[in-house]
Each structure stands twice: as C-alpha cells, then as structure tokens.
Design a protein around this ligand. Structure first.
Ligand code: PAF
Length: 294
C-alpha cells in the first residue's frame, strides 16, 4: 500500500492506472476509521481495480463552535487498518496541501442542503461538496463510496455529480451498526458507557417509526411524536431535529406517501449523533446501493 500526502503523488500513481483501463474507486473519509468505513472499502474492492482512501479532516465543513480541533486523528492506526483491508493508495494531505491559498471558489448545492442538518449547520454541506469535488479532481475515480448513515451528504453529493456531469458513480452503502443498533460513527468515541446505551434510542426510535408506518400510520406528526418520546425517555439530550423528508428532494413531508428518509440528529453529552432509515410508503426499507438515479 502506498501512503502519500501530496496531490502530485496521488496523480502519479492513479492516472497511469486509469489510462491502463483500471477502474478506480475512491473512499473519502476524515479518518478515525471504523467498520463503517471498512465496509465502504470492501464495496470498492469488490468492483474496482485500484482503491484509494482519502483521510482528511476538512476544516471548511466544520462550523465555528464544532469539533474540528478535537476530531480524532489516529493516523497510524488508520493506515494500518487500510493496509489490512487491502487498500492500494491512502491520500492523507495536510490542510496546506488541500487549501494552499485563500479559497475563492466553492461548490454549493441549493435546497437539499437547507433542510435536516443544513438548518443547524448552514455552511457544512458547502464544505463537503467543495472538498469532495477537489478529491474527485485529484483522484479521478470511476466510483466513489459514501455511507447511508450520512444520508443527506450522500444524496447531496449524488445530486452534485448529476448536476455538474461529474464522471463518477456515487455508491451509497448501508449503515453499519453495533449489535445494540447504534450506528457506527467516529463521534461515538466521545460517548461514555451510559451515553452509549442512551444513544441506542436513535435506532429504536427509527424502528418504531417504521413499525407505525407498517401499521398504517402515515402522519409524520404522529411518527415524530412517538420518536421524540423514545429519545427523551432514554436520558438527557438535546434534539436538533427529528424529520421525515422526501427521499429525492429532501423536503419535509407531512404524510408518508412516497419514499422518505426518516432522519434525526440528537446531542447526547459531547456527541452530535445522526441516524436515518429510508422507507417506501408501506414502510419497506429502501436499500440505496445501486440506485444511482437522481
Ligand atoms: O463523511 C465524511 O467523512 C466527510 O464529510 C467527507 C465525505 C470525507 C468529506 O470531508
């Protein structure tokens, strides 16, 4: 495995491979790798000849009072995990490499970035779409892999690549969960043992919403009320949002009549946790992998 810190070095390895007809897969990450990330690597390895993982804690996607400084950066451990997973190239640039001058150009997706997490993190998605565009330009992947846990991010990136005709296929891979139902996240490290138990309320709330839909309850106010009760009963927390949104546009809906994403963001102790599930109007889970239509 090659681990490189500069754009030139990545291009020197990846571009000849592409010219030789190899399929290149990119797994963009911010490091602190866990099984969720590794599942993206496995998906990439299953359909690409060359797998590149980027590890970059992207400053421009963090708000002023967010966790940029304290975000975990266990680079040696991450490199070892990549090596064991059979990654071909790790690109782990410094901030200066990615942003060597004042950034005057950004990529912004409208509407879809203003709901859900976009309400409390108004600059977040512009930071994500900008850095991912840069990574696409550096690596030139045929496929790029994102986790469904960050559903809004994945759908926004899929829309961005469609709108801008970026020649890459976005793969949205299933959320990986602990046995307790807790979605794997680098930010779970911030939780103590009690908070970790409390955090299982997110996936329990989502399950409850799905079973209500299956029993014919389609009013989102009723679903949100039931989820809120589960979250609040579990312990002290601050709910950022619990929301039911159209799966394509990400607009809030008042009834479940089409495919939706049921999503929530909850602050438990020092961690802001997000989770979601995608279902059709009957409550059947929707698997996004392979659905590339915007
Ligand atoms: O999901 C993440 O880890 C980040 O938002 C991403 C896609 C790597 C962009 O910095």
């Amino acid at each position: 495995m090659l681990a490189v810190k500069t754009i030139d070095e990545v291009r020197r390895v990846v571009h000849p491979a592409k010219q030789g007809g190899k399929r290149v897969g990119l797994v963009p990450t911010m490091g602190a790798l866990h099984e969720g990330h590794l599942s993206l690597v496995h998906a990439a390895k299953s359909e690409c000849d060359v797998v590149v993982v980027s590890i970059f804690v992207n400053p421009i996607q963090f708000g002023p009072n967010e966790d940029f400084e304290k975000y975990p950066r266990p680079i040696e451990k991450d490199l070892e995990l990549c090596r064991q997973a059979g990654v071909d190239v790790v690109f782990y640039p410094e901030v200066q490499e990615m942003y060597p001058r004042e950034l005057l150009t950004t990529v912004r997706v409208s509407k879809m970035t203003q709901t859900l997490c976009g309400k409390s993190r108004p600059t977040h998605f512009e930071g994500v779409t900008t850095v991912v565009t840069k990574l696409f330009n550096v690596v030139g992947p045929d496929f790029a892999y994102f986790g469904q846990k960050d559903a809004q991010q994945a759908l926004v990136l899929r829309r961005m690549t469609a709108d801008l005709d970026v020649p890459v296929t976005i793969r949205i891979c299933p959320t990986i969960r602990e046995e307790s139902g807790l979605a794997k996240s680098s930010r779970n490290q911030y939780l103590n043992d009690d908070q970790r138990v409390q955090a299982t309320s997110l996936s329990r709330a989502l399950k409850e919403a799905v079973s209500l839909i299956k029993s014919g309850k389609k009013e989102t106010s009723e679903l949100i009320g039931a989820m809120e009760t589960i979250i609040k009963t579990a312990g002290p927390c601050r709910i950022d949002y619990i929301s039911v949104n159209d799966l394509e546009t990400l607009e809030e809906v008042s009834r479940v009549q089409k495919p939706v994403v049921i999503a929530l963001a909850v602050n438990i102790g020092p961690a802001r946790l997000i989770d979601n599930i995608m279902v059709d109007a009957e409550g059947n889970e929707i698997i996004m992998f392979g659905r590339n239509v915007v």
